[in-house]
Design a protein around this ligand. Structure first.
Ligand SMILES: C[S@@+](CC[C@H](N)C(=O)[O-])C[C@H]1O[C@@H](n2cnc3c(N)ncnc32)[C@H](O)[C@@H]1O
Length: 269
């Protein structure tokens, strides 16, 4: 069995090209725009945001540009280095801090927050989410929203795409709920929870308020070169996503699902 590398070290190898490979692609922009539209609405009037697994800082910069105070964490030293560089260039005066820290080490943060955000699957790299739920409960007050975008267990696009390309192992890689993937030769375990598992994990402290698919008709990022030749199709898919992404069943079959939890009375941090 191949040993796994820490997620931080593995993602270090992606940091340099992450923005060109995902953030600045047509698909990356379309999926992120759908996430941020909801995040801006849910975090309205809640000034202090904790962002987990922030990557190169795209969302933190967007939030801080709209007036939120943000502490953004990531396990990868290289991702954080790029995020800090972007802050210096794009928002030197913003109340925005980037810190290298694994989500598992959240107990080292002593502040409290009015909202917690995690975008594009960083939480799929954390095995013990039950511990994270308890830690987040101890850093938030009643009414605090969590907005989490995680990879789904079943992505219709992915299964169809890889079956069409004769790659059945890739087509079904998420289905068992855990998959060891290789990032530039570094092995990382990725955990694909079902919606009901996530609801159970967060239930002692947080109540699920909303769920929607991110990337239901809009495809996963590895379809970029094909979609780049069909921009009208992407526009149509974005429209279909806004129409169908909240429907029961469909909301868990996209590339990602966006969950809105809220800390509720009776929570026992
Ligand atoms: C797919 S990227 C998403 C980055 C960013 N949130 C975005 O929206 O572009 C996943 C990020 O999760 C981070 N990550 C993975 N496991 C982590 C962990 N255990 N603790 C903190 N960050 C982690 C990686 O370093 C990487 O930056």
């Amino acid at each position: 069995m191949i040993a796994t590398t820490s997620a931080g070290q593995a993602f270090d190898t992606l940091a340099k090209t992450y923005d060109s490979d995902f953030t600045n692609t047509l698909i990356g922009r379309a999926q992120r725009s759908a996430v941020l539209t909801d995040a801006f609405r849910i975090f309205k009037g809640r000034p202090r945001i904790l962002e987990l697994n922030c990557g190169t800082g795209e969302d933190a910069l967007q939030l801080s540009g709209r007036g939120w105070r943000v502490l953004a964490l990531d396990a990868s030293q290289q991702m954080i280095a790029r995020a800090r560089f972007r802050k210096l260039r794009e928002a030197p005066l913003a109340d925005l801090r980037f810190q290298q820290m694994r989500t598992e080490d959240l107990s080292r943060i002593e502040e409290t927050f009015d909202g917690v955000f995690s975008n594009f699957s960083g939480l799929n790299c954390v095995e013990n989410l039950t511990a994270i739920a308890a830690l987040l409960a101890s850093r938030t007050t009643i009414g605090t929203p969590l907005v989490f975008c995680l990879s789904t267990r079943v992505c219709i696009w992915e299964t169809a795409w890889y079956l069409l390309h004769g790659k059945p192992a890739k087509a079904f890689r998420r289905w068992p709920g855990r998959h060891r993937t290789s990032l530039q030769g570094n092995s990382v375990d990725v955990f694909y929870w079902s919606l009901s598992q996530l609801q159970t994990i967060f239930a002692p402290f947080f109540t699920l308020r909303e769920v929607r698919a991110i990337g239901l008709f809009v495809p996963p990022s590895y379809v970029e070169s094909w979609i780049a030749n069909h921009p009208w199709l992407l526009r149509m898919m974005i429209g279909l996503d806004s129409f169908f992404s909240r429907l029961p069943l469909l909301r868990t079959l996209g590339d990602h699902m966006l969950l809105h939890f809220e800390k509720t009375e009776g929570a026992q941090p």
